[in-house]
Design a binder for this molecule. Structure first.
Ligand code: ADP
Ligand code: MG
Length: 272
């Protein structure tokens, strides 16, 4: 699909998007290259999951400006499944339970659609389950069905490892994981950056994800835009100082989108 001579990069330029008539993303610029890990941190409601959904093409999100390309392929022209075939993977913040579809069937179909050997899928699932400490008995479940929060996150990681995408967006893959699971999941993703040159956009609230998964760059998303970009030390500073401390009193405050459910959100206005 992608021209092999084109530059290898997941490139987001000037991305603006709205949902339910509310502008959420107001100009995102981001480039992830193979093997790189970019962490995206930001207060609740800042648009992190919206960015993840827009990248994958979730219906209901309207892109009003900007572009997204993956190794030269214009993603905005593609359906979600075509984006997956182009090499993009999304581990959702709240993984969907798909009752009636077995995990193995899904991964076999994904392998077929992607031109990989479907007969090798089961063995890969078993290997990957052992690698991340995912109970092998759970491999015969329907997709995410009746799994605990932490098991769902391991399951998403297993799918990522078996499918082998070029770029992965991980939306709070660390939420709900115990310390051992967190170490296993972050180790597996880190290994993928080295083994297959996976490029990672890791959305997280916590620097502990980045203790094993080594971020090259940390971005702070606030009010639908990236306000600050720094090295891995930035995640520790955010935890110690909070968003207000790190961002300071910016001359251009980023108000919460009106009417968009900020009711009891303690992070609503860290600059206020
Ligand atoms: P984050 O992941 O950074 O916590 P989200 O991207 O989930 O934030 O949400 C950003 C803002 O967009 C929030 O104010 C949220 O309420 C709003 N939003 C997201 N999806 C919808 C939707 N489908 N309808 C209305 N508002 C939405
Ligand atoms: Mg979110």
């Amino acid at each position: 699909m992608a021209d092999p001579t084109t530059e290898r990069v997941l490139r987001i330029e000037g991305l603006c998007a709205r949902v339910a008539d509310i502008d959420i993303l107001t100009g995102i610029d981001l480039e992830v290259r193979p093997g790189e890990v970019h962490a995206v941190m930001g207060p609740n409601g800042s648009g992190k999951s919206t960015l993840a959904h827009v990248l994958m093409g979730r219906p209901g999100y309207e892109v009003t400006a900007g572009s997204i390309s993956l190794d030269g392929v214009d993603l905005l022209e593609l359906e979600p499944w075509e984006r997956a075939q182009a090499g993009l993977f999304l581990a959702m913040q709240h993984p969907t339970e798909v009752h009636g579809v077995g995990l193995e069937s899904m991964l076999v179909e994904a392998a077929r659609a992607g031109g990989r050997d479907p007969d090798s899928v089961r063995a890969a699932m078993v290997v990957e389950a052992a690698r991340i400490g995912f109970d092998e008995k759970l491999l015969d479940r329907h997709v995410n069905a009746d799994l605990s929060g932490g098991e769902k996150k391991r399951n998403e990681t297993l799918q990522l490892a078996v499918i082998g995408p070029r770029y992965a967006v991980l939306d709070e893959i660390d939420s709900g994981l115990d310390v051992d699971a967190l170490a296993a999941v972050s180790r597996r993703v880190q290994d993928a950056t080295r083994e297959s040159g996976l490029g990672v956009l890791a959305i997280t609230h916590f620097s502990r994800l980045l203790e094993v998964l080594e971020a090259d760059t940390v971005h702070v998303l606030y009010g639908g835009r990236i306000r600050l970009t720094g090295g891995p030390e930035l995640s520790g500073r955010l935890e110690a100082e909070g968003y207000a401390g790190v961002l300071g009193k910016t001359p251009e405050p980023a108000p919460a989108p009106s009417g968009a459910g900020f009711g009891d959100d303690p992070f609503t206005d860290p600059l206020g």
